[in-house]
Design a protein around this ligand. Structure first.
Ligand code: HEC
Length: 216
């Protein structure tokens, strides 16, 4: 009892007389705490409204409209990166030897995996198992006998354009590197492979480097 009245006294002594029209003590009390009915500072309220209005535009641009997604930005950055790298390696020969040697290059194969998922996966599936286009992993091909034929199919297309020609859409070194990526898919196990089409093709030639190292 005594405690309580002591505290009440403290509170009433703590009451500062109103300094302006806002300083009205509210009519409630929680554990001895009372509060003024003061408005939030103007700058705070403005910031609050600005964030709400901004979120509306943000939502319309990025979620309803066609503002770039994180994936789009990543894609663009990847394409730029690949182009810069391609400019550095210069010309490549579209022959078996070049293609099989790049199959061993993990960095390039990782980069080309990204390109494959961007440009080829809608028809061949992200893992090459086939959708509209055939399975590229099973070693059976309709237009391919050796790795350089993969390059040719990519450049010129096939079946009257149902496999589109990438000439003009991609530079030659990139088509060669994607051919190496496609060659490297052979023997992998896609999630839902289409059945084989065409003829079984002999194994790709071994990369020349290994032969040169040779006679131990
Ligand atoms: C619009 C769909 C589509 C896209 C995109 C596409 N392809 Fe194809 N691709 C096909 C079709 C369909 C065939 C089969 C053509 C035929 O039946 O003769 C094919 C065939 C191929 C073949 C030959 C397969 C064989 O059996 O000889 C290769 C290699 C190939 N595509 C690689 C690629 C690569 C690499 C890309 C991306 C750079 C790509 N394709 C993009 C639809 C597509």
């Amino acid at each position: 009892m005594n405690d309580r009245s002591y505290r009440d006294e403290q509170i009433s002594r703590a009451e500062i007389p109103p300094q302006n029209e806002y300083d009205q003590l509210l009519n409630h009390e929680y554990d001895g705490i009372r509060e003024y009915d003061n408005p939030l500072p103007g700058w705070w309220v403005w910031l609050f409204w600005i964030t709400i209005i901004y979120s509306g535009f943000y939502w319309m641009y990025y979620h309803i409209g066609d503002g770039p997604t994180v994936e789009d930005k990543h894609e663009v950055a990847m394409v730029r990166h690949i182009e810069a790298q391609l400019a550095r390696i210069g010309e490549l020969k579209p022959d078996n030897e070049t293609i099989v040697s790049y199959m061993q290059n993990e960095d390039w194969m990782r980069a080309m995996g990204g390109v494959f998922r961007g440009q080829c996966a809608q028809c061949h599936a992200a893992d090459g198992g086939g959708l509209i286009g055939p399975n590229l992993t099973d070693g059976y091909f309709q237009h391919v006998r050796e790795p350089e034929d993969i390059f040719r199919v990519i450049r010129d297309g096939a079946a009257g354009g149902s496999m589109p020609a990438f000439e003009g859409r991609m530079r030659e070194p990139q088509m060669i590197l994607i051919a190496a990526y496609v060659a490297s898919l052979r023997g992998t196990e896609p999630a839902s492979p289409l059945p084989p089409e065409g003829r079984r093709v002999p194994p790709w030639p071994e990369p020349a480097m290994q032969n040169e190292v040779g006679d131990e």
